[in-house]
Design a protein around this ligand. Structure first.
Ligand SMILES: *[C@@H]1O[C@H](CO)[C@@H](O)[C@H](O)[C@H]1NC(C)=O
Ligand SMILES: *[C@@H]1O[C@H](CO)[C@@H](O)[C@H](O)[C@H]1NC(C)=O
Ligand SMILES: *[C@@H]1O[C@H](CO)[C@@H](O)[C@H](O)[C@H]1NC(C)=O
Ligand SMILES: *[C@@H]1O[C@H](CO)[C@@H](O)[C@H](O)[C@H]1NC(C)=O
Ligand SMILES: *[C@@H]1O[C@H](CO)[C@@H](O)[C@H](O)[C@H]1NC(C)=O
Ligand SMILES: *[C@@H]1O[C@H](CO)[C@@H](O)[C@H](O)[C@H]1NC(C)=O
Ligand SMILES: *[C@@H]1O[C@H](CO)[C@@H](O)[C@H](O)[C@H]1NC(C)=O
Ligand SMILES: *[C@@H]1O[C@H](CO)[C@@H](O)[C@H](O)[C@H]1NC(C)=O
Ligand SMILES: *[C@@H]1O[C@H](CO)[C@@H](O)[C@H](O)[C@H]1NC(C)=O
Ligand SMILES: *[C@@H]1O[C@H](CO)[C@@H](O)[C@H](O)[C@H]1NC(C)=O
Length: 844
């Protein structure tokens, strides 16, 4: 099948086979009788059923009962864009040069209608000639739709348009009509999805915010809606298959934040989220409520700022705005501990919003609906803001939001949902102010908010801003090698203006310090080449990494590493002193790490064993480094190769994360899943990333979980000499844990030292990190949090001489994995320490 061969063009053969196997197993598990639920998935232009990457089966429209005597041309895309989330349904299309109507027999009532478009040249149809209308019954969904322009405006290769319509007859007619205003135009569609739903829009009491105040409105039950935004505020994107039943996509909110404000919050581990009777579980998945964004720990800052999101919408329509709330962090359990304003478009929509009052307690779900008219023309910004309301003198000056949905309403007494085509950014690669919602300055003038688009450009912008701050704070005098530094602009744009902390060495200088790469100076060897030690500046010890010139990936990784380390400086990231790029040589010069890698202190080593306390501190350090990578920049950076050999130890055993050659800016909004060739190290590799080729920060969390087990058990993550069930450390540790026997595989050299409580917390967080599904894994911030608690518990026990006692109780107590984890409260100081890392990325 030719399309299959196209599916994984960048993958080595072995991976492709494995991925296909994984795909097949999903197919077998999938429920093939979709008609039972009224779900319809139509892969337009296909003649047989196809399976998408998440295992859902799409019927071809050729010969389908929904497409009687289908006209139009079935075509296959000329090019497969790497960001496509799945080949199906995007790769095939149906092209219409005259009106055509699909007939879907449906039960009367409300349904989601999703239209999938991949605007690209098909056969001899030029992409720019696609210009058309789409109507559902008599409701106009799209009018004069220029698919390629719309996709370009949001910097995405593909588009999904989601509508909700209430069908009164048993039939949904979906018509595609080439525009009458443009000769030679055609219509096309790649996929159609229909998901019946109950009435999820008009039941709540909705308030309209207008010039006269806030007044109750009722939205007619037969209104048509278009989804504009659906955000998992403070959390990661949620894939359709993880939605609570309606296959909705939830995106991260970070692209829309104004001023980079707010901190992310995840639910306390011992908290169970409960759906309340007025909020059925299909309202939003659990993970939407389990994460949130709040203003942060500093009350004074919170009073001086608003927590603001800016969402571009089409003017001239009314919008339904749904705020999802759930209080998820102790100690906020009581009425009037937190109270805040909700502002929409600078108007007060709500005073004294108290989530505990509205939801009925901590961990209980709630939502609130408002309606507002967007005035103006073309595209306008919708402002959503939260601010502490001090009127009732609440205990905490903060605000919280867990999820946000914005729906466009069918025009009042009109049958239209279609807006104008969005304006194109004039020079999308140069001028950030023209991109939708990009580059607004925060009030404090510290960091620019970046949103709307994603990818390298946005990432560079943030990186630049962060570095400017860092660079100005600290200047390192390395005068003897500084002379050449201004020439750094030979590399990328990004480096030009930023890296006055990094020096450029000549090859001769490097030869001198390493005695022309004398074997005696080698301190490490890797696939990339060798690492040498040396001394510069008359005594500063450095590590010199010389890339193998034959290494394929070499140059790319060399560049990425410089870029990353230029821009991200933190006491738990290894720091780059300089580099040399000359005579085909690629050399990086780092701070010398006296104690080498973490692995060298765990097993197969003559080094004395690390104490448990040291191991915990090292894990915490590494977690801090990763947490900073994930959150320090607006979009976050994914390390992609977290393992014990990439955690280095300085002379005081302080952990530093290293090796950024594979790092990537994190995908953010749903349009830009990072679909990339699988890279990483076997044994640490996130199975979901492997299977779906979709990279998220949670892939790092998975690898870090393996590191935690490795640190606890001190054995290789893959050991093929062991019996089959023990080969993979992760699998073996999980199966031991299930049997309550994890303590039996603890490194015997630290077993006596670990307290029961510390072990319990550590094992639980490690287990959560390596969960199969990425959404079941905690964020790096949570991991850090829990490790801190584990250390506190261990610390306090260490003062007592009762270590032996607790260790022996460890041996007889089976660990019940269902038991809620620690309830230890973390001091505000500890919280601030964690967040201060983000706010003040520290130079060395
Ligand atoms: C699929 O569902 C339909 C409608 O409920 C039912 O009539 C049919 O028997 C089901 N087919 C299978 C194979 O289960
Ligand atoms: C669609 O938009 C593009 C601009 O991106 C324009 O060049 C093209 O002519 C438009 N197509 C039609 C049919 O208007
Ligand atoms: C095609 O559909 C459009 C509505 O989108 C309508 O205005 C036009 O008259 C239709 N053309 C034909 C030939 O039926
Ligand atoms: C659909 O609209 C009708 C009125 O036209 C209303 O009675 C019915 O409740 C609506 N159904 C849903 C699911 O909203
Ligand atoms: C929602 O709750 C119903 C029972 O009220 C249950 O059958 C269903 O599995 C739940 N769905 C999800 C996604 O949790
Ligand atoms: C809200 O106020 C800000 C200035 O505080 C202004 O820039 C923005 O345009 C206003 N938004 C709306 C929708 O009026
Ligand atoms: C927060 O937003 C509201 C509404 O736009 C505005 O009146 C207020 O001045 C803002 N407060 C701060 C501190 O920016
Ligand atoms: C330490 O020992 C004291 C007295 O022996 C005891 O009261 C206290 O609970 C112990 N603390 C911990 C954390 O074990
Ligand atoms: C969860 O932990 C908090 C302290 O962090 C405690 O106040 C609360 O009672 C605990 N809840 C449960 C259900 O154990
Ligand atoms: C944790 O919970 C236990 C019982 O659930 C309680 O006795 C203890 O005081 C709690 N500890 C903290 C620090 O809240």
């Amino acid at each position: 099948m030719p399309t299959m061969a196209m599916a994984f063009p960048t993958l080595p053969v072995t991976l492709t086979c494995l991925t296909l196997l994984a795909l097949l197993s999903i197919v077998m598990a999938a429920d093939s009788n979709s008609t039972a639920t009224g779900l319809i998935l139509l892969d337009c232009g296909a003649s047989s059923p196809n399976v998408d990457d998440s295992g859902r089966i799409w019927d071809g429209d050729a010969g389908s009962k929904f497409a009687p005597s289908v006209k139009g041309v079935a075509a296959t895309a000329s090019y497969q864009h790497p960001s496509l989330p799945s080949l199906v349904p995007y790769i095939t299309t149906r092209i219409f040069t005259s009106n055509y109507t699909y007939h879907f027999p449906v039960s009367p009532g409300r349904l989601f209608l999703r239209l999938y478009f991949y605007p690209i040249a098909y056969a001899n149809y030029a992409v720019l000639d696609a210009f058309f209308d789409v109507t559902a019954g008599n409701l106009v969904l799209l009018n004069g739709f220029n698919a390629s322009q719309t996709a370009q405006a949001i910097n995405s290769a593909y588009l999904v348009r989601e509508f909700s319509v209430n069908v009164s007859s048993g039939n949904l007619d979906l018509t595609f009509a080439p525009s009458a205003h443009q000769k030679g135009s055609y219509a096309f569609i790649n996929g159609i999805e229909i998901v019946p739903t109950p009435d999820i829009f008009t039941t709540a009491d909705t308030r309209e915010v207008n010039a006269n105040g806030v007044i109750p409105v009722s939205i007619p039950a037969d209104t048509g809606f278009q989804t504009m935004y659906r955000l998992n505020v403070g959390g990661d994107a949620i894939l359709p298959i993880y939605d609570s039943g309606f296959y909705r996509s939830w995106n991260s909110d970070s692209s829309y934040l104004f001023g980079g404000s707010g901190v992310t919050v995840s639910k306390d581990f011992n908290l169970t989220i409960q759906y309340t009777p007025t909020v059925p579980n299909y309202t939003a998945p659990f993970d939407v409520y389990a994460t949130a964004r709040s203003m942060g720990p500093n009350a004074q800052d919170n009073l001086n700022n608003n927590l603001t999101w800016i969402l571009p919408v089409d003017a001239g329509f009314s919008y339904l705005i749904r705020f999802h709330f759930c209080q998820i962090k102790y100690p906020i359990t009581k009425v009037n501990q937190m109270s805040f304003f909700i502002y929409i478009n600078n108007r007060t929509a709500q005073q004294r919003m108290d989530v505990i009052v509205w939801s009925g307690g901590i961990g209980r779900t709630a939502y609130k609906d408002y309606a507002i008219m967007a005035i103006g023309s073309g595209q306008v910004d919708m402002w959503i803001a939260l601010h502490p309301d001090l009127e009732s003198q609440p205990e905490y000056f903060d605000a919280i939001l867990n999820g946000l949905e914005v729906f466009k309403l069918q025009g009042y007494r009109s049958n239209n949902l279609a807006g104008l085509s969005p304006p194109l950014p004039q020079k999308p690669d140069v001028d950030p102010s023209r991109l939708p919602s990009v580059g607004r300055k925060s009030k404090g003038g510290k960091l620019a908010a970046v949103g709307g688009t994603t990818g390298g450009f946005a990432f560079m912008l943030i990186a630049l801003t962060i570095t400017c701050v860092t660079c100005r704070q600290k200047k390192v005098a390395k005068s003897s090698y500084k002379t050449d530094c201004p020439h750094l602009n030979r590399l990328t744009e990004c480096r030009k203006s930023t890296c006055d902390l990094v020096c450029r060495f000549t090859f001769a200088e490097i030869q001198l310090v390493t005695k022309d790469f004398d074997e005696a100076f080698i301190i490490g060897r890797g696939g990339f080449g060798n690492v040498y030690s040396g001394e510069i500046d008359g005594g500063t010890k450095v590590a010199i990494k010389r890339f193998n010139q034959k290494s394929q990936q070499g140059f790319h990784e060399f560049q990425t590493e410089i870029e990353m380390l230029c821009n991200f400086r933190h006491r738990h990231l290894v720091s780059l002193i300089g580099y040399c790029e000359e005579k085909n040589e690629m050399i990086l010069v780092y701070d010398y790490m006296a104690h080498g890698t973490l692995r060298e202190h765990l097993y197969n080593t003559r080094n004395p064993p690390l104490s448990w306390q040291q191991r915990l501190e090292i894990c915490i350090g590494a977690a801090r480094g990763l947490h900073y990578l994930h959150t320090g920049a607006e979009q976050g950076i994914i390390h992609r190769d977290v393992k014990t050999t990439n955690i280095l130890l300085d002379d005081r055993f302080m952990a530093k994360v290293s090796d950024f050659g594979l790092s990537k800016a994190s995908p953010d909004i749903d349009n830009t899943h990072m679909s990339t060739a699988v890279k990483g190290t076997f044994g640490y590799l996130d199975p979901e990333y492997f299977r779906l080729q979709r990279l998220t920060k949670k892939s790092d969390v998975y690898s870090f979980g393996v590191v935690l087990f490795e640190t606890l058990c001190a054995r290789p993550v893959i050991n093929t000499k062991l019996p089959e069930e023990q080969v993979s450390l992760r699998d073996w540790a999980l199966s031991c844990r299930k049997k309550g026997a994890l303590e039996e595989i603890i490194d015997p050299r630290v077993k006596e030292e670990i307290t029961l409580e510390c072990f319990r917390i550590f094992a639980e967080i490690a287990e959560k990190c390596v969960a199969d599904r990425s959404i079941d894994r905690p964020s790096m911030g949570d991991v850090l949090w829990n490790l801190e608690v584990a250390l506190q518990v261990q610390d306090s026990a260490s003062y007592n001489s009762s270590c032996a006692e607790s260790a022996s109780s460890l041996q007889i107590t089976a660990v019940d994995s269902d038991r809620p984890s620690t309830n230890s409260t973390i001091s505000v100081a500890a919280q601030e320490a964690i967040f201060s890392d983000i706010a003040h990325p520290e130079g060395r």
